[in-house]
Design a protein around this ligand. Structure first.
Ligand code: HMG
Length: 419
């Protein structure tokens, strides 16, 4: 494992200005609200209009990151946007962001795509670029920005959402110092969730996608665990390796998925433990479902996800924002595990240690203020916004420091910034 400190120095989020209440949506669909709130674990869902596209959300998050953390743009040598809902087959979202934020020309600028894993692909490229020494002291900005859209009256409808998380990656990991070199990966060629060219709505084999996620998680976690054991970051003992992580964050397509994921991760440890032969498969399955473990290691990371919904590439990093917003003071010096999953599919389990400055950084980030500015809309208004054409943004002034798509002219997208 490389010992140089590399990781996330600061973060910022951007979310659409509107949201819908999921119990209200359930009633409108003739579904028991408990299915959405308890069965899926969701409370609210971000509602976007075409003016709040992937570029606008990404640029708004980067603008907030640079402003609130007073980042010197000349320090940035790489800008990567992880997204699966780009706005052009060729021109990357990242180059729009570079232009809108007037960032220097002297940097690498590109998008990374592999469903929800795209943001993690960008984060790892940035972290390994810095760890290799090639960055020569420069930082990277990695943005995860997406719009999750399945359509009205579909099974996936209550698992939609939209938003962006911007990460500043550097040799000063005030939020999270990554354990570079410990990552475990697992990928497979599957059709669990996809979006054919030209379609705005994803196609999904929902229950199969959950199985693929859990299978990929097992492979990625076991890969990480093998390296973490070899480096004595964790050990088999009175607690399992997974229990030695202070918190575990998962990709969150809907909050209940994090509970299923945690059960699966625990099962991997219980099945592989040196003393596994002393217990029955039924006993291990029962132990894996422990609510106490879920409450202690996972639940506190889900507060923002439960209010925004799926944000594809950004979901894992929204969980990180939610966790650090709630607990950065008490978690300083402790190790987190993170599981990224992207359909198709790819997954990666990695870890990092929360920095001593995390609480000060999160105080400047103030995610609660961003969330508090949102307005609740009725189901009728949500349906109206969903039916707007993608190239027909509403004429609305963006909030100060935020961006909106204003119009598309000659196939070129034009954005405005809130004054
Ligand atoms: P569904 O078939 O409508 O729901 O679709 P269900 O019947 O499976 O019920 C969901 C849960 O609610 C179940 O809990 C029910 O028991 C419970 P579980 O058994 O799973 O623990 N339930 C109730 N609970 C309380 N009171 C009630 C009640 N009724 C039922 N009255 C599904 C659910 C998630 C499949 C659907 O919403 C969907 O297709 N979503 C999109 C796909 C998805 O999110 N997949 C997740 C894994 S793949 C992934 O994460 C990648 C992704 O982010 C994309 C990318 O990588 O780019 C999606």
């Amino acid at each position: 494992m490389k010992r140089q400190q590399v990781g996330i120095e600061a973060l910022a989020i951007a979310v659409p200005r509107r949201y819908v209440d999921l119990a209200e949506l359930a009633r409108a669909r003739g579904v028991d609200p408990a299915k959405y709130t308890s069965g899926l674990g969701a409370r609210e869902m971000a509602v976007y209009d075409p003016g709040e596209d992937t570029v606008a959300l990404a640029a708004s998050a980067v603008s907030r990151l640079l402003r609130t953390h007073q980042v010197d743009a000349s320090r940035i040598g790489m800008l990567v946007v992880g997204t699966e809902t780009g706005v052009d087959h060729s021109k990357p979202v990242a180059s729009h962001v570079q232009g809108l934020l007037k960032l220097p020309r002297t940097m690498r600028v590109y998008d990374t795509q592999h469903a929800c894993y795209g943001g993690t692909a960008g984060l790892m490229a940035a972290a390994e670029w810095i760890a290799s020494g090639a960055a020569a002291g420069r930082s990277a900005v990695v943005v995860c920005s997406d719009i999750a859209r399945y359509g009205l009256n579909t099974a996936g409808e209550p698992t939609q959402g939209a938003g962006a998380v911007a990460l500043l990656v550097s040799e000063q990991p005030d939020l999270l110092a990554l354990d570079v070199g410990l990552n475990g990966s697992c990928s497979m060629d599957v059709y669990d969730f996809w979006r054919p060219l030209g379609r705005r709505e994803a196609v999904v084999d929902g229950h199969y996608s959950i199985q693929c996620y859990l299978e990929a998680l097992s492979g990625a976690y076991r890969g990480w665990r093998e390296r973490a054991l070899a480096h004595e970051v964790v050990r088999w003992g009175s607690t399992t390796p997974g229990e030695q992580l202070a918190r575990i964050l998962y990709h969150v397509p809907f909050c209940k998925m994090a509970r299923k994921a945690h059960t699966q991760l625990r099962l991997c440890d219980l099945e592989d433990a040196p003393n596994a032969a002393n217990t029955t498969a039924e006993a291990r399955e029962e132990l894996a479902k422990s609510s106490a473990s879920y409450e202690a290691q996972v639940a506190s990371s889900l507060s923002l996800n439960a209010r925004v919904g799926n944000v594809y590439t950004a979901s894992l990093y929204l969980a990180l924002a939610g966790l650090l917003h709630a607990e950065s003071g008490t978690l300083a010096g402790q190790r987190l595990g993170l599981l990224s999953y992207g359909s198709g599919c790819a997954s990666e389990f990695f870890s990092g240690v929360v920095g001593a400055q995390a609480a000060q950084r999160m105080a400047r980030t103030d995610v609660e203020a961003v969330m508090a500015r949102r307005e609740r809309v009725s189901v009728e208004e949500y349906e109206r916004l969903m039916k707007l054409p993608g190239d027909g943004p509403e004429v609305l002034a963006p909030a100060p420091g935020e961006f909106r798509l204003a119009e598309i002219r000659d196939h070129k997208r034009h954005y405005v910034e809130g004054a």
